[in-house]
Design a protein around this ligand. Structure first.
Ligand code: PFF
Length: 469
């Protein structure tokens, strides 16, 4: 029964869109994208990113959905099934295994960061009631102390994992779809409120100019844009294969993928407007001094900026709630990849699979949680030499620089070169109708050539010593 479509869950049409958009929108949109856009000087970087999303991210998302829906299996089984009769046969299952492993590792530190948003939500609530007061410490110092507090790190990581496990255990429709349908509209509402509020801030004009001005892009910026296109759309690790396996046959894959991509991109741009409006409201000198190009901006400087704004007492907790919700719908999709493997391939019940995979992810996340200052052995662990420092960094480096690009590359090559034309064409046409106008471009141009070349370029740069964590 576990393998038959009857025993597996099925999303409603809108439910699928909400769940997949929920997976796509996450820390990548609200934290990472504004940060890398700031570090790459906005403007042209955003343009390159948009091109990468359309030419590389979107076609690969469609390919993942094709494989997931046509086989109705989680990644390992999906590749094994889809590769029947193709050169390589069952060996393609290894690509699914790589994605499942990637989801497992990513979740182990993604849920940790997600836990920070819960902590800051609590902090902001108390600041909103009692007044903004960090007890004489700078926010940077108190963030450092928080990171170095082992029990707190493990506690919030455990909390976030527990909620994620609870949702996944409730099932595809009763858990994942229901939560996405509830949280995504709330998330949209909060974000719109924050964007509208930023219209009045003094930095709004400069934020928009920064986001859309034309300037030079570096080769590193280009590579980072392509890498982020994968991350933000949740492709390269089997999440869309898994969600695709619960998608209805009469739903159009191209239209759904386009909607998911569009919403994900809109949210990333809106998050930039909100954050940059705040950042550009302080004067240039202070900005250079306090912000630098720091990745931790969200926790070290932003809270204070909120409390200097007119409606800060309301907006600050709302903002962290927004980030927490966005992260939750992403952690759910990551756990679902691992749990679905145990259900489909190992015959476990959903409840057991969720608990087991969630428990294992939690345990594996502990060294990461303790590597941020609590335990020196984990902080200084650097098996890859100077590229990474500590367990957390090493995991992030491995997933972002290796597993994600390799997963995307092998998927594009599989669908572009090994999956028969009739199979992918029929799967795409299911629920959509005629695809003949652009099928050639999708398979024979983008998946066969452009995507592999762009990804090989990333891998080449990583081998050469660059790091895109
Ligand atoms: N797309 C998510 C984000 O932007 O935060 C991260 C992510 C979720 C990546 C699920 C991969 C995945 F399978």
């Amino acid at each position: 029964m576990a393998n038959g479509s009857g025993g597996r869950g099925r999303f409603g049409q809108l439910g699928f869109i909400f769940a997949a958009v929920g997976s796509a929108i996450g820390l990548g949109n609200i934290w990472k994208f504004p940060y890398i856009t700031y570090a790459n000087d906005g403007g042209s970087f955003v343009l390159v990113y948009l091109i990468a999303i359309v030419l590389i991210g979107l076609p690969i998302m469609m390919a993942e959905l094709v494989i997931g829906r046509s086989t109705r299996q989680s990644p390992v089984g999906a590749f094994v099934e889809a590769a029947k009769g193709a050169v390589g046969g069952r060996a393609w299952g290894a690509v699914g295994a790589l994605g499942t492993l990637g989801s497992f590792i990513l979740l182990s530190y993604y849920a940790l960061i997600a836990g920070w948003t819960v902590y800051y939500f609590g902090q902001c609530l108390s600041w909103s009631f009692r007044g903004f007061d960090t007890g004489g410490q700078t926010l940077g110092d108190s963030f450092g102390a928080f990171l170095g507090n082992g029990p707190l790190q493990i506690g919030f990581h455990a909390l976030f994992m527990a909620v994620t496990v609870g949702v996944v255990a409730l099932g595809v429709q009763g858990g994942i779809e229901r939560v996405a349908k509830t949280l995504m509209p709330v998330l949209g509402g909060i974000l719109i409120l924050l964007v509208v509020n930023s219209f009045w801030s003094p930095g709004f004009g400069e934020a928009v100019r920064f986001l859309f001005h034309v300037g030079p892009v570096t080769a590193d910026g280009l590579l980072e844009a392509v890498g982020h296109a994968f991350f933000t759309l949740s492709v390269g690790m089997g999440a869309m294969i898994t969600y695709g396996s619960y998608m209805r046959s009469r739903q159009s894959i191209p239209r759904s993928a386009a909607a998911i991509t569009l919403l994900d991109t809109l949210v990333a741009l809106m998050a930039c407007i909100v954050m940059f409006s705040i950042i550009f409201s302080v004067d240039g000198a202070e900005r250079a001094g306090t912000f630098g190009k720091s990745a931790t901006i969200l926790f070290t400087t932003l809270p204070q900026m909120f409390y200097e704004m007119p409606l800060g007492v309301v907006l600050a907790p709302l903002f962290y709630l927004l980030v927490g919700f966005a992260a939750l719908t992403s952690t759910i999709s990551l756990l679902e990849v691992v749990a679905a493997y145990l259900i489909d391939r190992r015959g476990l019940s959903r409840r057991k699979a969720s608990l087991l995979s969630g428990g294992a992810v939690f345990l594996f996340g502990i060294p990461s949680a303790l590597s941020l200052g609590a335990v020196t052995g984990f902080s200084s662990w650097a098996p890859l030499g100077e590229r990474t420092a500590g367990f957390f960094d090493t995991m992030d480096y491995t997933v972002s620089n290796w597993i994600l690009p390799l997963g995307g590359l092998t998927l594009a090559i599989f669908v572009g070169w090994f999956l028969s034309r009739s199979k992918s064409r029929d799967a795409l046409a299911d629920g959509h109708g005629d695809v003949s106008r652009w099928y050639f471009i999708w398979r024979d141009v983008l998946l066969r050539f452009l995507c592999p070349v762009a990804i090989l370029w990333i891998i080449w740069a990583v081998i050469g010593g660059r790091s895109f964590a």
